[in-house]
Design a protein around this ligand. Sequence first.
Ligand code: CTP
Length: 495
Amino acid sequence: MTLQGARILVGITGGIAAYKSISLLRALQKRGAEVRAIATPSVSSFVGLETLRAITREEVPVEVFHQDGDAVTDSWTRHIHWGEWADLYVIAPCTAQTIAKIAHGFSDNMLTASVLARRCPLLVCPTMDGEMWDHPATQRNVELLRGDGIHVLEPADGYLASGLIGQGRLPEEAVIVAEVERLLADVERGRDAEEGDVAAHSHGKRSAAPSSLFAGKRVLVTTGPTREHIDDVRYISNPSSGKMGIAMALAAKQAGAYVTLLHGPIESSLLPAMDAIHSFESADELFELVQAHGPGSDVVIMAAAVSDAKPAERRRGKVKKADQEWSLQLAPTPDILAWLGGHKSDTQTLIGFAMESDAKTAREAALAKLKAKNLDAIILNLLREGESGFGIDSNNVELFVGQHQIVGQHQIVGQHQTQSQTHAQQQDPAQLQDPKKHQDPPYRFAGTKLDVALQLVDQLNVSLSGGSPSGDSSPAVPPSNESLSGKSASTKKKS
Ligand code: CTP
């Protein structure tokens, strides 16, 4: 996506990662954005303000009141003007200190004052040592920020300046830029909605329908396999084609969602046009992307076939036959969906898949995953020769919604469920008040992966938002032909 004409204010705070802001400013400029920078007083210990001035071709204010050599007489009101000027304010990196100040409404320097004065969304990218990030005070402050509607990008895991490994790194530049793009798209959507912009509809943009799980919502879909490298040329993986997740992404898009797709190594010709797309190779890379995009999503659909184990050590180069000991030490990968379940907000919906091979225990196993990972729904994919499984175009699934399932009765095979049928099957009238708590029978859908995905999205919408099946709750505009015909046609080919 281009950022042509977008006005982005970049706040920089004093941490080791401050040097990365130079590259971020450049990356935003290269995409066409107009950028200005504001620095906290300690930034000059890490980056020369002259460098930031040269890149932005603007003053880089630090204090609210006159600085030495500041020739601009209106400098002390700049926090107001720049706060009005910006379409988006990004603070990267953001220290624990500045997070604490923002959380409590301080305005003791130009950066914090402009945070209060701004009229645009704010994206904060916390960067600090792992212990500082984990500290209850920081976590409390982050929650305060989120409660104020500020977007917080979770820091990435990895090597920290302290030499320790933990969560606290500034996310990859591509992750920050993707989040900037997403937020600016929201800003644009908001403006269109305010203006009742009919033209926006002809560009495929959609407005939110209050009773829909998908229309106007941010949906994150993961798909495809992971590769866990043994050395540079060998890896552990699985035959997932990514087709089911792509079908889910297309179905969510058709239902009016703003869809971000995270995909593993899959055939590039399968990739549909989405609002944002990012690729991953290993489970760790997927985890990093999910940490960045998951918390800000209204719905997460985890269709990726994540390897449960990785080689304990990745060897560099190609290990020679003669050097091999022929045994491989494995280590567990993070359970990404369980992490999402542990960090889920009240308004987020989490949907998982369960891949099972034993028909006798499949439902029990799927329901155990639904509970253990704190999900709102799980789609059971039982491996059946020629009918469902890796690589083929058809699927045959069961959908379980809610934490207290009645299993074994009311099965509907390959049939579209209407709203009246669903409501007739609910037994407790009190549960109707809270659609997230009602009990549903398991629904069964069969057909091409795209057909199955469209029915799943329909049913999820009915069961989890109390919305109506598509047709009633369909977005203002049908999806573009490009996304449903050209690209999805490839999901019908056998791989
Ligand atoms: N999943 C995940 N991270 C993992 C493994 C799985 O996020 N390390 C997600 C999958 O994307 C899927 C769900 O968890 O949505 C269930 O995955 P599945 O492979 O069926 O089950 P596991 O939890 O891996 O358990 P098991 O392999 O023992 O069946």
